[in-house]
Design a protein around this ligand. Structure first.
Ligand code: CA
Length: 321
């Protein structure tokens, strides 16, 4: 049997973060050791509720600890994407009795879990990089103890989403992103554009197929994606976007990656128009590469992988409303 991949998912839990958590919770290759929450998409406490809703949807409530991380970016005030995501789960609720986050702060959890198995843990970073940067500052050994980071963020010489220049995760906490890319981690980047827009959008026919699965997981997916789908259509994207779940999926199934290259990645913190812009230099500017950027994936295989997960049957501890 293939050994399991030890992983923590660091998330600003809304919409596709939920699908990424499902990947970590349902794929037998994943050994998901913790979920750590960071300020990002929607209100912090709503993100925590969304994490518990997703644990329940996966039938794994109580099995994976949830830790609360930084409630705002390092330097700047928090900016939400609630206009994109609503509450992040399409208004779903459940009885939250017993859904208690662990008392340990997420930054301490990241430091501890990395130290417990040096070189083995991969952190799937699908929100702003505030927790990761803070852990980097807190423990000088953290960089070496972490096996790798799979980072969803930036665009590879292409358009942003929150501004023309910047993708949301790096825009919200550019100082954190800059810190992380300068720290010396083994980083794999899954960018917003062009990769996500070309390879990780589920269009109307695919969403109808998922709907037709009619499992508790497919119903959860459809509801969690509904608000974002409306927003995506309003900005000319004909489907739901899945950068976060792609990030988790390529960690567990690197064969989904059909092209990747070494880049030097740095993040703009000063620009008047380019806050959070990821400068991805492709090797001709005399800069030492510090990240592997995923350039292409097998979109059909990725979609098939997600639908297979959603087709599975799970037992819910608490009914979703
Ligand atoms: Ca996210």
């Amino acid at each position: 049997m293939t050994p399991k991949v030890p992983v923590v998912i660091d998330t600003d839990t809304a919409q596709d973060d939920c699908t990424a958590l499902l990947v970590g919770l349902l794929d037998p290759r994943a050994d998901l050791r913790a979920i750590t929450v960071v300020a990002g998409n929607v209100g912090f406490d709503q993100q925590v509720r969304n994490a518990f809703l997703t644990l329940n949807a996966a039938g794994r409530l109580g099995e994976v600890p949830v830790h609360l991380g930084c409630r705002r970016p390092i330097v700047r005030p928090w900016e939400s994407a609630e206009d994109v995501h609503g509450d992040g789960v399409g208004g779903m609720t459940m009885d939250m009795t017993g859904c208690e986050p662990r008392p340990e702060h997420a930054v301490d959890t990241l430091v501890r879990l990395a130290a417990e198995s040096p070189g083995e843990l991969t952190i799937v970073c699908i929100g702003p990089l505030t927790n990761i940067a803070t852990a980097t500052v807190k423990d000088p050994a953290f960089v070496d103890n972490v096996g790798g980071l799979h980072v969803m963020g930036g665009s590879n010489n292409a358009r942003g989403n929150i501004t023309a220049a910047a993708e949301f995760n790096f825009y919200v906490d550019p100082e954190a992103a800059k810190t992380v890319f300068a720290a010396g981690f083994d980083i794999t980047v899954i960018p917003w554009a062009p990769l996500t827009l070309e390879r990780a959008v589920f269009g109307p026919e695919q969403l109808a197929e998922i709907d037709a699965l009619d499992t508790p997981l497919s119903r959860f997916f459809t509801r969690a994606c509904a608000a974002t789908l409306e927003f995506d259509r309003s900005v000319g994207i004909n489907g739901t976007t899945h950068p976060d779940s792609l990030t988790a999926a390529v960690l567990l199934h690197p064969e989904l990656i059909t092209r990747a290259a070494r880049y030097h990645v740095d993040v703009e913190t000063q620009g008047e128009l380019t806050r959070g812009y990821a400068a991805m230099s492709w090797g001709v500017h005399g800069l030492e590469p510090n990240a592997t950027v995923v350039e292409d994936v097998d979109a059909q295989e990725f979609y098939g992988y997600v639908t297979e997960l959603l087709a599975g049957q799970v037992e819910l501890a608490s009914p979703l409303r």
